[in-house]
Write a protein that binds this ligand. Structure first.
Ligand code: Q46
Ligand code: ZN
Length: 304
C-alpha cells in the first residue's frame, strides 16, 4: 500500500502506477509539453526521476530516446551511467552517451576547480550545454528532464528568497524553442521524490541510490530540508507553494525571461546562445582543458 498524505489517499501498486501516469499525462497536456509524434529526448542520470520519466513516456506511447552524460565524477558516474545503460538495454531503447572527457577534454571535478566554480554550478552549466547541443544536432522536438515537485519547489524557494526574478520567469515547466535553444519540458512537476522512488520500486526499475559525492554544500539540499519539514506539518505545502506559483504568479516574470533570451548573441566558438563573444561553457572548456586533473577519493577521475 502506498500512502500519499498530500492526496489523503492510499494506493495499491496497480492504481499507484496509473495515478503516476495520469499525473504525468495531465501535466503534459495542461502545459502543451509534447504532441503526438514528437521525437523526445530524455535527459537521463541513472537516478529514479529520469528513469521513471523515461518509463512513463514510453508507456504513454511517446517515441523517446535517452541521453546520459559521462561527467567523470569518479565511481559515481560509472555506476549511474551503468543503471541508465541497463535500463535502456532491457527495454530495447536508444541511449545516447556523451563523455565529457572524450568530447570536451575535461571532467566535472577538474572543470569546477579550474574555473573556481562550485561543482554543481560547473556541472549544471555543462549539462545544459550538452543537452541543448545533442537535442538540436539530433533533430529532437523536445528535451525532457526529470525535475520533480520537490526539485522545483526547492528551486522556487531559493529564487524567491533572493528575488531572482529572471530565474522566476524561467521556472515555467515548458520553455519553447527559440533564440538558439531547443524546446524543454519537465513532465514530473506534479510528482514528488517519494512518489518517484515508489514508482521505480513497483515498476521494477533499478536506479542509482547513492548521492553524487560532489553534492555536499548544494544549497538546494538545504531548501529541500526546510520544505520537507513544512510538508510534515502541513501535507500538500510543497504542491501549494509551487503549483500555486505557476497558477498565480509565474506570468509576472515570464516576459522578462523571454526578453533576456532574445537579447543573447551567438558564441564565436560553438555557435550556442551567448551573453558575450564566447559562451560560458566554452570559457569553462578553455580553462579546464590542460588543467591539473582532480582526484576524487581512491579513484583517479581523469588521466592526462
Ligand atoms: S551531478 Fe552535477 Fe548533480 Fe553532482 S555535481 Fe551537482 S549537479 S550533484 S544533479
Ligand atoms: Zn560556446
Amino acid at each position: 500500500m502506498i500512502d500519499l498524505r498530500r492526496h489523503n489517499a492510499n494506493f495499491c501498486s496497480e492504481h499507484f502506477t496509473k495515478f503516476c501516469r495520469d499525473q504525468d499525462s495531465r501535466t503534459i497536456e495542461e502545459f502543451d509539453m509534447l504532441s503526438p509524434g514528437d521525437r523526445v529526448l530524455v535527459a537521463v542520470s541513472g537516478g529514479k526521476d529520469s528513469l521513471a520519466l523515461w518509463d512513463l513516456l514510453i508507456r504513454l506511447g511517446y517515441e523517446a530516446d535517452g541521453l546520459v552524460i559521462g561527467l567523470g565524477i569518479g565511481e559515481y558516474s560509472q555506476s549511474s551511467t551503468g543503471y541508465a545503460q541497463r535500463f535502456a538495454e532491457a527495454r530495447g531503447l536508444n541511449l545516447e552517451y556523451v563523455d565529457m572527457e572524450q568530447r570536451y577534454g575535461f571532467d566535472i571535478p577538474t572543470g569546477a576547480r579550474a574555473a573556481k566554480r562550485a561543482p554543481c554550478s560547473a556541472c549544471g552549466m555543462s549539462k545544459r550545454h550538452v543537452f541543448d547541443e545533442v537535442t538540436m544536432a539530433g533533430d529532437y522536438d523536445v528535451l525532457v528532464t526529470g525535475h520533480n515537485l520537490d526539485d522545483e519547489a526547492a528551486v522556487l524557494f531559493g529564487n524567491v528568497m533572493h528575488w531572482q526574478t529572471e530565474y522566476l520567469g524561467r521556472q515555467w515547466p515548458v520553455l519553447e524553442a527559440g533564440s538558439g535553444f531547443p524546446k524543454k519540458a519537465k513532465p514530473l512537476i506534479r510528482l514528488g521524490e517519494r512518489e518517484m522512488a515508489a514508482y521505480c520500486i513497483v515498476s521494477g526499475i533499478d536506479y542509482v541510490v547513492e548521492e553524487c559525492p560532489m553534492s555536499k554544500g548544494n544549497k538546494h539540499l538545504g531548501y529541500k530540508e526546510v520544505l520537507n519539514e513544512m510538508e510534515l506539518r502541513q501535507p500538500g505545502a510543497k504542491a501549494d507553494f509551487y503549483l500555486g506559483f505557476l497558477r498565480r504568479a509565474a506570468s509576472v516574470w515570464r516576459a522578462e525571461a523571454q526578453t533576456g533570451r532574445s537579447e543573447l548573441g551567438r558564441c564565436a566558438s560553438c555557435g550556442a546562445p551567448a551573453g558575450g563573444e564566447i559562451c560560458a561553457f566554452c570559457r569553462l572548456v578553455e580553462r579546464a582543458t590542460g588543467a591539473e586533473p582532480v582526484t576524487l577519493g581512491p579513484t583517479r577521475v581523469r588521466s592526462s
